[in-house]
Design a protein around this ligand. Structure first.
Ligand code: PRX
Length: 653
């Protein structure tokens, strides 16, 4: 089986070390015995229902799981709730009302602390402001913002009035934003005048203006003043409203909308195997239940914890594990606006020391960068407050795991390597700290109530060895559909093996039943933990007037896991050169966003294709990574590869 990322596979397969859960940790952990797994496996529905009982419902469900119309599963049928009641109101009647809900640190060093009461007030006010702009239950609201407290407030305000939010990562281009707005078709966009990034300004409002020109449904744009005069933006009379002005006149009380368990909570766009991003739809009841419990158990969340997930809220990790999971648990969640190396390479460790962070959740890409920067940066700070570390987004190579364990965790903190996807809504494969023995590079075993397996091509379970990672039973926080495209939902996830969810990941299961996720097996890349589609980047390249054809692959990259490599065939008479090369890289960044900018572009006279016309990406990957070539007999012209290979070696030399 060929996976998209070849980088860590060999290392992962040879890894033998086992780290038992530290006894000290286990003593007070939420989960420290195995009967919970047996109970959940025996009756998953009863298990999830008992979890849902811990939340507040306006009306209890009639049925836990409705499987009558697969793959359109429904959870907690007939139940009514509002996730913001569980995130906010519920805590106001306890001592938690004045506990810090969000501790926010701006990149320039400014701080905001919002208690549960503060957050409840701000959310209620903005919910009223949205209503004032005509937003009703069911209307989609797009948020295109930096990591500011207003982003958390805006998303909760949407959830409060039952308007699904669609958050678009602030690093996406105007064009990518416009595509997402047009797919979701909302009337309101919330943005910022700009965002701080490494001391520079990300021109969010300017990009929003550019996008909105192509979005006929948008009637109102709300603008948070984060930067001030330096952002030099223009406000369009009648369309644009300052956040602070709307908030001045907004009423303080806004009763939460009673949402059906299956009412849409949000849409989040992610890259798939075609050029068009998919709007992943999450609903209210099951998502609330599973994000609540996974946060509690995977992060062993306690009332005195200070928890920091370093993701951006523009990705699913931020949705589930900065906002919804932690707040439902009444936890203190930290948000940081900026870059990990600004103003210095110790910024993260400075934040850990400053706020006494006890739980840190970050990505392997970041860990590999810290490792390369050197041990001296964490050593500058007292990080003895840390008690648990997490990893997410891509396979973590054992070397990075050990570095994290040693240099950040002081060899005392368990590490939870959590596998999940935008589509799964919540963590599905993970150690439970205090219980599971860990192996560096393995996400270990399924969370209680979850059923995963490795399948071979024919759909047989592989008891030990490699294959495709699948999920055999529905789970509460699963995606319900692709927005506006139920056929694609069925085709993409449920058609490969009937009745079984296909993750798109290749993985291995070892003799102890531990999962080792190796990477994507489809045309999806994982670049620095960001999901990108090869086809989306190819379309962006072909959109350039000089390009006839393009093929994109994820090339193994020491830091980013994968980097974007593009093979480009120019139109007749166009001369390749450095100027064009730069122009094409810029073009991709402009079409999609800086995260999609190719690291290398190779101009080529032809592309290797199978007889049926499919581009042979595996071969291009071999070429880009300088590996020996495999079987090329299905090539239209085997010389193509040799030519490519020659060019690649020249450019390396
Ligand atoms: O390939 C897997 C990888 O990230 C993909 C999901 O990406 P996305 O939807 O952007 O969500 C990322 C955050 C949940 C998966 O299909 N992935 C995620 N976590 C891990 C991982 N690969 C290996 N180990 C992980 N812990």
């Amino acid at each position: 089986m060929a996976t998209e990322s070849g980088n860590t596979i060999e290392a992962l397969l040879e890894e033998q070390r086992v780290f038992p859960s530290p006894e000290e940790f286990a003593k007070n952990a939420h989960v420290n015995a195995d009967d919970i797994f047996a109970q959940a496996a025996a009756d998953p529905e009863a298990f999830w229902a008992s979890v849902a009982e811990e939340l507040h419902w306006f009306k209890k469900w009639d049925q836990v799981l409705d499987e009558s119309d697969p793959p359109f599963f429904k959870w907690f049928v007939g139940g009514k709730l509002n996730i913001t009641h569980n995130c906010l109101d519920r805590h106001l009647t306890s001592w938690r009302r004045n506990k810090a809900a969000i501790i926010w640190e701006g990149e320039p060093g400014d701080q905001v602390v919002l208690t549960y009461y503060d957050l409840w007030r701000e959310v209620s006010k903005f919910a009223n402001a949205l209503k004032g702009l005509g937003v009703k239950k069911g209307d989609r609201v797009t948020l295109y913002m930096g990591m500011v407290p207003e982003l958390a407030i805006a998303m909760l305000a949407c959830a409060r009035i039952g308007a699904p939010h669609s958050i678009v990562f602030g690093g996406f281009s105007a064009e990518a934003l416009a595509d997402r707005i047009n797919d979701a078709q909302g009337n309101v966009l919330v943005t910022c005048d700009g965002g701080w990034r490494r001391g520079g300004i990300v021109p969010l409002k300017q990009m929003a203006d550019e996008a909105v020109e192509r979005c006929p449904t948008i009637e109102s744009v709300v603008v948070v003043k984060r930067i001030g005069d330096e952002a030099s933006i223009e406000m369009q009379e009648g369309r644009d409203h300052w956040w602070h002005e709307l908030m001045e006149s907004a009423g303080l009380r806004c009763e939460p909308e009673e949402m059906d368990a299956e009412d849409m909570l949000y849409i989040l766009y992610t890259s798939g195997t075609t050029g068009k991003p998919k709007g992943i739809v999450h609903t209210t009841g099951g998502y609330s239940t599973q994000t609540y419990l996974t946060t509690k158990w995977v992060f062993d969340m306690k009332d005195d914890d200070v928890y920091w997930c370093t993701a951006d809220i523009g990705w699913v990790t931020g949705h589930s594990y900065i906002i919804y999971g932690p707040l439902q648990n009444g936890a203190t969640t930290v948000m940081y606006e900026g870059a990990p190396d600004f103003p210095g390479r110790d910024r993260f460790w400075d934040i850990v020391e400053k706020y006494g962070i006890t739980i840190l959740y970050t990505a392997p890409t970041a860990i590999r960068a810290f490792m390369r920067w050197g041990d001296e940066y964490p050593a500058m700070h007292d990080m003895s407050s840390l008690r648990l570390l997490g990893s997410v987004g891509e396979p973590i190579n054992p070397e990075a795991w050990i570095w994290y364990h040693t240099n950040i965790g002081g060899e005392r903190c368990p590490i939870v390597d959590t596998w999940w996807q935008t589509e799964t809504g919540a963590i599905l494969i993970t150690p439970l700290p205090g219980y599971t023995a860990t192996k560096p590079g393995s996400a270990t075993k399924t969370f209680p109530g979850i059923s995963a397996a490795i399948f071979d091509e024919a759909g047989n379970v592989v008891p030990e060895g490699g294959g495709y990672l699948v999920l055999q039973r529905p789970w509460p926080s699963m995606l319900r559909t692709i927005y506006g495209d139920p056929e694609r939902f069925k085709e993409q996830y449920w058609s490969r093996y009937p009745g079984v969810y296909f993750t798109g990941d290749g993985a291995k299961i070892d003799a102890d039943g531990y999962f080792w996720v190796l990477g994507r097996v489809d045309d999806v890349m994982n670049v620095a933990g960001h999901r990108l589609s090869t086809m989306e980047i190819e379309s962006a390249l072909v959109d350039h007037q000089s390009v006839a054809e393009a093929a994109v692959i994820g090339k193994t990259h020491e830091l980013k896991g994968q980097a974007v490599s593009a093979f480009v065939l120019l139109k007749e008479g166009i001369d390749p050169g450095d100027t064009l090369l730069d122009e094409l890289k810029k073009h991709v960044a402009q079409k999609i966003g800086p995260i999609a900018r190719p690291d290398d572009i190779f101009f080529t006279a032809d592309l290797p294709k199978t007889r049926s016309g499919k581009i042979m990406r595996r071969l291009l990957r071999d070429v880009a990574e300088g590996r020996a070539l495999g079987d090329t007999t299905t090539l239209l012209d085997a010389n193509v590869v040799d030519n490519l290979r020659g060019q690649y070696e020249d450019s390396e030399g």
